[in-house]
Design a protein around this ligand. Structure first.
Ligand code: F6P
Length: 539
């Protein structure tokens, strides 16, 4: 059922769970939500809500595997939440979710199943959490996982390898890089993991200055093994390797890909594969996670998977009203479509989570940054918000001014970790105090401060709390975010699993590149032609 971008989808032949499933704006409860927003939502005041309801914290907070979530500082009352839950029911989110877990081809524009959850399902889950029909896929997942983890352990035991360089971009970079950086305290000493994503040669050149051909293992990570940036970097790395006396490409270049044939053609003999039902931005759980496994070992990688699986099970089985990904997504829809908020700030109060916002940008904005529904019809409402963020407390001294006193309201998602992994308790206490204080200040404001010193308050935030930043809780946190994006995409009626929007630029770059050598500007628009001439001028 492959489609060209922009063409409308023939809805016949869709998985049953997707047929006649209303989009959010087609649900009967949608106008009621609008009415509730006009009557009670727009003027909702958090301070008053807490004053009137001493159970607010208990009722608007909940546990989920490895994550505690306080949702009480969000601009929502009980009626609003009930209406949003009604929306989820009317849009048959549960049937859509079950179709994903069951392996139905819910990625309709590419005719593919969406089974990243299978990558973290234990073998024993077959027939329970995992649809028995997925037995062959689960067996393949585990065979590959076992082989990849055995290889990771062999690399860890190989004293000749001091450096690992992962070459990949997008999902073949952001997820593994974020996890490796997040768990860095656990990296075995002496084995450095580097990530090169950009085709900007500064990136690869900087890494190559640090490593030696004989002691470096290159992981070429690309689902398609055709991505221009990755291929250019992989070829450049191989030229550098051979020029520096490296001889054994087969030993020191490994492919992580769903296109094993292309990796072989490159000269790579060791490949760890994955499948077309794993989207790039959902692939850190697959062979793409090899740098994580090399950094932290097989047990840590399995624990990461177990944490994610625990969250999968929560998402798959918890009732909607106590289902954390569902509740987060309902707030996302409430904010985007009724309050009109266009962005969300990610504020991890843990510097090791410095790449989390970048990873979540791909997960959310590549998944739900769409303007048409499954049938290819243009939507009359907003979809993915802009995600942005930076670890606290640094953000407080950069953009929090705008969050407190700017003209736009930006819901903030705080992520704090109770136990530090260092021996500086005073620092950790200060950090946690800052996280709590910022959420409090956003909510309470300072109404008595006049003019420039006035803080309006009533600014919403969610507070996610992890016990400690270990593989298990990190796995659960990432899976939580993946599922929340699934639910908002489902309500908006999107296909969250394709990414046609990145194609046009790739095609145009292929046309422009030779022009940088030839100087030919024929047929180009005036601005591109002007810039190209300027680039080729000696000035
Ligand atoms: O740029 C879009 C994209 O297709 C992402 O979805 C993907 O994660 C990235 O490129 C890298 O793709 P690949 O792993 O095939 O090199």
């Amino acid at each position: 059922m492959a489609l060209t971008p922009g063409s409308a989808l023939d809805m016949s032949g869709l998985p049953a769970a997707l047929v006649n499933r209303p989009r959010c704006d087609q649900a009967a409860v949608w106008p009621q939500l609008g009415q509730h927003h006009r009557q009670a939502g727009a003027a909702f005041d958090l301070r008053q809500a807490f004053a009137e309801d001493e159970r607010r914290f208990d009722d608007f907070s909940q546990g989920a595997p490895h994550v505690f979530a306080d949702l009480s500082k969000n601009l929502i009352d009980r009626t609003g939440e009930a209406l949003l839950l009604q929306l989820a029911r009317e849009c048959r989110v549960e049937a859509h979710r079950d179709a994903m877990f069951a392996g139905e081809a819910i990625n309709t524009t590419e005719g593919r199943a969406v089974l990243h959850t299978l990558l973290r399902a234990p073998r024993e889950a077959l027939g329970g959490a995992v649809n028995p029909a997925l037995g062959p896929q689960l067996a393949e997942v585990h065979a590959t996982l076992d082989a990849m983890l055995a290889y990771a352990e062999a690399v860890r035991a190989d004293a000749a390898i001091t450096d690992v360089v992962n070459i990949g971009i997008g999902g073949s970079d952001l997820g593994p890089k974020m996890v490796v950086r997040a768990l860095l305290d656990r990296v075995s000493p002496g084995r450095r993991v580097h990530f090169v994503s950009n085709v900007d040669g500064h990136e690869l050149a900087a890494v190559l200055r640090l490593v030696k051909p004989r002691s470096t293992l290159f992981l070429v990570a690309s689902k398609t093994f055709t991505t221009t940036e990755t291929m250019a970097n992989a070829h450049a790395a191989r030229r550098w390797f051979e020029a520096g006396g490296g001889v054994d490409v087969a030993r020191q270049f490994v492919g992580l890909t769903a296109n094993v044939a292309a990796a072989r053609e490159f000269g790579i003999q060791t490949t760890f594969g994955f499948w077309d039902w794993v989207g790039g931005r959902y692939s850190l759980w697959s062979a793409i996670g090899l740098p994580i496994a090399i950094a932290f070992g097989a047990t840590a990688f399995r624990t990461l998977l177990a944490g994610a699986h625990a969250m999968d099970e929560h998402f798959r089985t918890a009732p909607l009203a106590r289902n954390l990904p569902v509740r987060l997504a309902l707030l996302d829809v409430w904010y985007r479509n009724f309050h009109g908020f266009t962005s969300r700030n990610i504020a991890p109060y843990h510097s090791a989570l410095r790449y989390l916002a970048m990873h979540l940008q791909q997960v959310e904005m590549e998944s739900n940054g769409k303007r048409v529904d499954l049938a290819g019809q243009a939507l009359g409402f907003g979809t993915a918000p802009v995600l942005w963020g930076e670890p606290g407390a640094n953000g407080q001294h950069a953009f929090f001014q705008m969050l407190h006193q700017g003209t736009d309201v930006v819901p903030v998602e705080f992520i704090a970790v109770r136990e530090a992994s260092h021996e500086l308790p005073r620092q950790h206490q200060l950090l946690l105090a800052n996280a709590l204080a910022q959420a409090q200040a956003l909510m309470l404001g300072k109404p008595d401060g006049g003019g420039h010193k006035h803080f309006p308050g009533n600014r919403p935030s969610t507070f996610l709390l992890l016990e400690r930043l270990d593989p298990e809780s990190l796995g659960a946190l990432i899976a939580l975010q993946e599922h929340r994006v699934f639910v908002s995409g489902s309500l908006w009626g999107l296909n969250s699993f394709d990414q046609w929007g990145v194609e046009l630029g790739k095609v145009l770059a292929r046309d422009i590149e030779p022009r940088l050598a030839s100087g030919d500007v024929a047929g180009l628009d005036g601005s591109t032609a002007g810039l190209l001439r300027r680039l080729l001028e000696n000035y």
